[in-house]
Write a protein that binds this ligand. Sequence first.
Ligand code: SF4
Ligand code: SF4
Ligand code: SF4
Length: 254
Amino acid sequence: MTTLPDKTDRKMGLVIDLDTCVGCHACVISCKGWNTENYGAPLSDQDPYGSDPSGTFLNRVHSYEVQPEQGAAQLIHFPKSCLHCDDAPCVTVCPTGASYKRVEDGIVLVNESDCIGCGLCAWACPYGAREMDAAEGVMKKCTLCVDRIYNENLPEEDRVPACVRTCPAGARHFGDLGDPDSDVSRLSAERGGMDLMPEQGTKPVNKYLPPRPKDRIEDQIDVLAPLLEPIAADTGGFIGWLDKALSRLPGGTI
Ligand code: SF4
Ligand code: SF4
Ligand code: SF4
């Protein structure tokens, strides 16, 4: 077992706008590129050009078509990476201390040299955000691009996560969610930023901004409502639907 800090000085994380994400996967590619070419061992692929390809990705985008009772179907694109949870079960379950949460900024990392590849953290993470690298035999996950955000060798505009820098839709935002006056905190407050699967008690730092109502009067309905079934007593609306979709998701597939 590994302990978590009682509190962290900052809560660095992402705010992801599900209203403006167009599902282009540019963030997936830039994440794979940066973390293969720059940080630690490369993210390996197996049979990448064969009939059954697989590989290690720290960020994936899942797309869902939602058909309301009236009107056109709506596509929801849902990017998913580690949410750098305050109460991270992936850390407390780790038997070697390889998984840890940093006091200075709240980023959850894996010390690959101490990882024995037991997979307990992947089992404990309710979001499927951890990735076992089949070639390396160690667990990998989103680092919040810790080797970019403090990197004084990079131009200042590049000292943000690769996925944030790349997103052509401006759907990804980075900052300190522990500071109520930060841009990301204000954006999240204004747009009703949500915790993913709050009933899991992980206290994720990352927030998701729900899709906004459409302009046309006939679109001003909760297109997800017909699909909802209660997942937990305190979830409903869009987050309830997301809970349901995630619970059906096989871990580690695009
Ligand atoms: S999202 Fe999963 S891997 Fe990331 S901190 Fe939370 S429990 Fe751990
Ligand atoms: S913050 Fe960095 S490691 Fe995390 S998803 Fe974005 S590009 Fe990948
Ligand atoms: S790059 Fe931006 S718009 Fe494209 S899938 Fe990622 S978050 Fe969505």
